[in-house]
Design a protein around this ligand. Structure first.
Ligand code: DUC
Ligand code: ZN
Ligand code: ZN
Length: 464
């Protein structure tokens, strides 16, 4: 059935214009005027913006981490309710399994028939050995165009030293795969954490004390130096500190293909939250740690100026009761991360666009277009274009409300954004032409998401 969305303002990463959009058989088939005769259904979007369905570059569904596992894809419809129609999830690598086999396992076990938005994957290294470099070369053939390495978490399955990171960069460059890095100095964190423990400093707020901004800043500088030598593109995940952005900006200006993302928690949740009473601070334990408002402002400016390219949720569906509280009495045992996949786009609208700090076009770019490009999903995903998948958000800028657990589909027992003001809302969300969410309610079928293969950057690259 052909559906026409009329009278809306289309927002692209470049600008805005008024036009009607005709969708049929999962695709956008025409953009223009006077198309009513071609439609069986007409939706009036007067006063509304049409945004491309969001692409969340950073989710963890069904991920084992910190002695527990995050909620699975039966909660992924939360993304769609908030206007995200594609997620890019990190693939855990069980010990002894190659990267490509890990992708197959993660899809079969956690995604196929269970995921509601469409999805792509980042590979993720959790078993460091010499086979890794050959494995990277095999990723493009199975539609994986990026891989994450951790420079954090000394003595864990994640940890990669500088030599491993550098060699992985060389291979990733050869394969056309983008290397993503969790950039926090493992050595520095290890020492600071042990010093806190020795002093009996075990409440949630000491998580941030053992991970001050310099832990990230030093590592970002180091990894960009390595990328410059390897002449490989590099993407810094979940940037939290203003100084990291300045290093990224300067490296890019000097010719390093350096990209980065930040996340909702780093633009609107302050480090003070970690001191909430009754162990509630545990809800705000994530790595990198939360920061002070000067960092929030620097990150928003970086999104506006293009020094950061992507805004992603780093969604981890963790319960307060039964998961976060595993670290009661010892904050080093609190599983890192928190939920955010539903409210990502709306948080950036509220605290960026509505505050006059970010243009609507920059929001579209960092929430949809740039992550689609960086993952080789563009132009099928990430833009309102003829021939693209009909993933469209009809966004109401006038809505005013409050973020609250009662209206959150993430399947956990808290939202870190509880009680915070909300401006604007995804009024209708279409995934490949099907209406899946309306005014904050899920109205579609769950589990119909499809895998979208990512093209390697050599083929997909469109330039920033
Ligand atoms: N890194 C992430 O990207 N997510 C959760 C925890 C972590 O270390
Ligand atoms: Zn990380
Ligand atoms: Zn993450």
């Amino acid at each position: 059935m052909a559906t026409l969305i009329k009278n809306g303002t289309i927002v692209t990463s470049e600008g805005e214009y008024s036009a009607d959009v005709l969708m049929d058989k999962e695709k956008i088939v025409t953009i223009g005027r006077n198309l009513d005769h071609l439609a069986e259904e007409i939706v009036d979007a007067a006063g509304k913006y049409l945004l491309p369905g969001g692409v969340d570059n950073h989710t963890h569904f069904g991920m084992p981490f910190g002695g527990t596992t995050t909620k699975g894809c039966d909660t992924s419809h939360a993304a769609v309710v908030g206007g995200t129609t594609t997620i890019v999830d990190f693939v855990p690598q069980p010990k002894g399994l190659g990267l490509a086999d890990a992708v197959k396992l993660h899809e079969e076990k956690n995604f196929n028939g269970q995921c509601t938005p469409d999805y792509a994957f980042h590979s993720m290294v959790m078993d460091v050995n010499d086979a890794l470099y050959g494995e990277i070369l095999k990723l493009p053939a199975i539609g994986i165009s990026s891989i994450k390495l951790f420079m954090a978490y000394k003595s864990s399955v994640f940890y990669c030293n500088d030599g491993v990171v550098f060699q992985a960069m060389q291979k990733a460059r050869e394969a056309g795969v983008t290397l993503m890095v969790h950039a926090e100095s493992a050595d520095l964190t290890d020492v600071l954490q042990k010093q806190c423990v020795a002093k009996g400093q075990l409440e949630p707020r000491y998580h941030a004390v053992s991970r001050p901004p310099v832990v990230e800043v030093e590592c970002v500088q180091r990894v960009l130096t390595l990328a410059g030598v390897a002449e490989a593109p590099v993407f810094i995940a979940h940037v939290s500190a203003g100084e990291s952005v300045r290093i990224l900006r300067d490296a890019a200006a000097a010719g390093v293909r350096a990209y980065g993302e930040t996340c909702p928690q780093y633009i609107c949740l302050g480090v003070d939250n970690l001191s909430r009473p009754n162990f509630e601070g545990a809800k705000y334990v994530c790595s990198p740690a939360l920061r002070t408002p000067d960092h929030h402002e620097a990150l928003l400016e970086a999104l506006q100026r293009g020094w950061l390219q992507v805004f992603a949720s780093d969604h981890s569906g963790l319960m307060f009761k039964g998961q976060k509280d595993m670290g009661r009495g010892d904050c080093t045992k609190i599983p890192n991360g928190g939920p955010g996949v539903q409210h990502r786009v709306n948080l950036l609208w509220t605290y960026g666009v509505a505050e006059g700090k970010l243009s609507r076009s920059r929001l579209v770019d960092v929430c949809a277009t740039a992550p689609a490009k960086l993952n080789g999903l563009y132009p099928q995903k990430g833009a309102i274009l003829v021939g693209a998948d009909a993933d469209i958000v009809v966004f109401d800028p006038e809505y005013k409300g409050t973020f609250t657990l009662a209206e959150t589909y993430e399947g956990v027992d808290f939202t870190p954004y509880e009680g915070m003001k909300q401006i604007g809302r995804a009024e209708k969300v279409y995934v490949r032409g099907r209406l899946m969410a309306e005014k904050g309610k899920f109205v579609g079928e769950k589990g119909e998401g499809r895998f979208v293969p990512g093209k390697p950057y050599a083929a997909a690259y469109t330039g920033f």
